[in-house]
Design a protein around this ligand. Structure first.
Ligand code: PBG
Length: 328
């Protein structure tokens, strides 16, 4: 019999050998924890479709950020739920609105924690769309340029409150350039932009819309979010964001779009983030609760696959647990 020279199994014989040649290792600083702060609650409120995730009261946000930092995380991503919504999303960019206050509270408690803010209007619009809308009989239009102006103002108000990175998640055209320009004009040349370069119109955002109280009251988001069938278009959108000055590119959701993540990372060589979204979280939680698999093993496998596919940063509702598990 021929003597085999290449025996791949040699390096899998023991845990020590497997560790020695492992290509992808997860670290606490790979993860970003999304937090929801709501002006409408005075103590934390469970989100039914996302077991283990809560809306936090403004008075609780600094404590939670501190717990995240103590677990070893380096960054959080803030979403706000205001008491009042209107057709101009005024609570998105008011100086003392919910996110702006939360940023100040977190920064004064944990100055070194990187605070990323979601820049979008859907949580602040009475109709729940990500932009200014106009109804024409049955049809509605999202007015791109009017929206972009409000987004730029929102980003500046977040920077003024102390945010380190602003993350526009709306998918309007030209918003990265407009935000960059507005930040620079206001003196915030050092504030980075993490742009949702490829955000698909996904079924997996369902639980988030409960968490952020932002379901569209009519229509859907397909005129501004991307068609899940398109990969080349995702790369073109990412290229525009790069040209407009995005510092970090984000792909969302995660698992159904690993090919996009890989291609964006390879093509642009920019820091690339992926958002493991609410529906993906709910799906794994439900599977684990039904005894289909063990939660921790499944979560590690998924997160490892995201990093292997090119993610420099992973936004996940498991961030704090992951940091604790990694430490163990
Ligand atoms: C909205 C926004 C959404 C998410 C982040 N920002 C929802 C949407 O576009 O409907 C989803 C995040 C998640 O599902 O975890 N600007």
């Amino acid at each position: 019999m021929r003597k085999l020279v290449h025996r791949p199994r040699r390096l899998r014989r023991s845990p020590a050998l497997r560790n020695l040649v492992r290509e992808t290792a997860l670290n606490a600083h790979d993860f970003v924890l999304p937090l929801f702060v709501s002006e409408k609650v005075t103590s934390r409120k469970a989100i039914a479709s996302m077991p283990g995730v809560f809306q936090l009261a403004p008075s609780e946000i600094a404590d939670e950020a501190e717990r995240a930092r103590d677990a070893g995380l380096q960054a959080i991503l803030l979403f706000g739920i205001p008491t009042t919504k209107d057709e101009e999303a005024s609570a998105a960019y008011a100086e003392n609105a919910v996110v702006q206050q939360a940023v100040r509270a977190v920064k004064s408690r944990c100055p070194d924690l990187v605070v990323i803010t979601d820049v979008c209007l859907c949580e602040y619009m009475s109709h729940g769309h990500c932009g200014v809308t106009r109804l024409d009989g049955e049809h509605f239009h999202v007015l791109n340029d009017e929206t972009v102006e409000l987004l730029a103002g929102t980003a500046v108000s977040h920077a003024r409150a102390g945010a380190d990175i602003v993350a526009p998640s709306d998918m309007m055209d030209g918003r990265v350039a407009a935000i960059r320009e507005a930040l620079d004009a206001a003196g915030f040349t050092d504030i980075a932009i993490m742009s949702y370069a490829a955000k698909f119109a996904s079924a997996f955002y369902g639980p988030f819309r409960e968490a952020a109280e932002s379901p569209p009251q009519f229509g859907d988001r397909r005129s501004y979010q991307m068609d899940p069938a398109n990969a080349d278009e995702a790369l073109r959108e990412a290229a525009l964001d790069v040209d407009e000055g995005a510092d970090i590119l984000l792909v969302k959701p995660a698992l159904p779009y690993l090919d996009i993540l890989w291609r964006v990372r390879e093509r642009f060589g920019k820091p690339t983030a992926v958002y493991h979204v609410s529906g993906e979280y709910a799906m794994l939680k439900a599977g684990a609760a039904n005894g289909c698999f063990e939660e921790r093993a499944a979560v590690f496998e998924v997160m490892t696959s995201l990093k292997r596919a090119g993610a420099d940063l992973i936004i996940t509702y498991w961030a704090k647990e992951l940091a604790e598990w990694i430490r163990e």
